[in-house]
Ligand binder design. Sequence first.
Ligand SMILES: CC(C)(COP(=O)(O)OP(=O)(O)OC[C@H]1O[C@@H](n2cnc3c(N)ncnc32)[C@H](O)[C@@H]1OP(=O)(O)O)[C@@H](O)C(=O)NCCC(=O)NCCS
Length: 289
Amino acid sequence: MVKTAFIEQEDVEKVARFIAELNRLESSHIGFCGKDSIEIAEYMKEEIPYPKSFVAAQYEGDLLGVVGIDPDFDSGVGEVWGPFVIEEQKGIVDQMWVKLLENKLAGINTFLLFPNKENKLVHEFAIRNGFSKGSEQAILIFDRNDVHRLQDSNLMELTAEYHDEMVALHDQLFPGTYYSGQQIIDRLDERNKVFILVEDEELCGYVYVEAEPEFSDGSIEFVGVHQSKRSKGIGSQLIAGSLKWLFTFETIPSIRLTVSAENKTAVNLYQKAGFRLQHSLNTFKKDRK
Ligand SMILES: CC(C)(COP(=O)(O)OP(=O)(O)OC[C@H]1O[C@@H](n2cnc3c(N)ncnc32)[C@H](O)[C@@H]1OP(=O)(O)O)[C@@H](O)C(=O)NCCC(=O)NCCS
């Protein structure tokens, strides 16, 4: 008989392998869950409270399906991992979800789900279970093997002289976002950098990047160009120069970013710079009653 139960600590590696395998296929892919079983297992052990954040369906010790929640108690949001099921067992999806909801996860009021556009099973699951559909997200990736294709750029690292201009431009372009211009300045160090492009001693644009070589990761957080200086290739130079700097960290194999697919300006800008579309995801959201 198929047994649906919360997983035990000793099941983590097996579950991680199952997730990794299914997450490599577009048709069962969920954004932000990872595709490497070792990384998934490590993340699950470190970040996800046990034993009741994951449910598995098993038959005689073989995994048929898994669904889990990665809770963020600060924001009250739980990201749903899955449901992942083997092809022949699509019918167990709702059963696993009902079991998972037995865990009240106090403080988690909202569930988010990021199925690949090709993941029909999870789209149907979301609609059946009262999730509402949000925006489409594009995951873009730039591989370090493509660094030689990046154009030359005349960037310089932000100096104190241009702090005020950079803060003013950032606060004008991104009011109310997660870092204000001053907060960016306060974060600057060996790994968090602002690069700027200056013409006739005037700041035309800036890019803020963060390198996390210990996690083999790096990100372009913000890029902005003065309205009067747009469409002259400055945004492209800022992206190219900041990528070159990020790839000076040898542990970073690629840079990935997520943008709203509706933000055509950003999608075009990044694709023009050499990013390629890795996945298209849909977002679904449900508030817990
Ligand atoms: C996005 C932004 C940085 C682009 O700067 P820019 O200097 O104008 O960019 P470039 O001249 O290098 O243009 C590069 C490519 O981006 C795309 N692009 C730029 N502006 C665009 C627009 N308004 N609509 C669609 N695509 C656009 C184009 O593909 C363009 O290449 P093309 O001119 O050969 O068609 C600038 O418009 C900006 O500061 N916008 C406000 C902040 C923002 O949205 N930042 C991006 C999200 S983090």
